[in-house]
Design a protein around this ligand. Sequence first.
Ligand code: FES
Length: 174
Amino acid sequence: MSEDANGRRGFLQVVAGLSAAAVGALAAIPGVGVIIDPLLRRRKSAGGFLPIGDASQLSDDGPVSLPVIGELVDAWTRAPEVQLGTVWLQKGEGDEVKAMTAECPHLGCKIGYDGEQDHFYCPCHKSSFGLDGSVNDGPSPRAMDPLEARVRDGVIEVRFKRFRTQGEEPVEIG
Ligand code: FES
């Protein structure tokens, strides 16, 4: 083999090695890794139970709302502590706690609680909901969306999820 051919082969091997190293380095950069692997884009904290407060915050007098704080990861940023949403909580039997997201199934406004009427109420288009989340009145196409919740060692934990607005059935979106 000629000296020229050996030189070309060596040069190509070096270029191939550098290309592989460059792809590996890019994949390690947040954001670029998502382009290479879209599965990296996910809200990491949404998969498990998140601690949201002390069980002593629950009341016998009515529902209590608490913010859900967790980590939000998207293509370009990682925010360790952002408000992912708000949940309404009610005491159940014993240690049981019932949770519903405060996001209205109609168009996503924040549902409040009307203590005088003793029902949940969405101020945007006047949907109202019973304490069990069922629709009493207004345009909401379905009941308030329930969430898994539990009390562990005196701490309220919620498996937070978001749901698509509209539609008669809840469809999880993250
Ligand atoms: S967003 Fe709640 S009733 Fe429309």
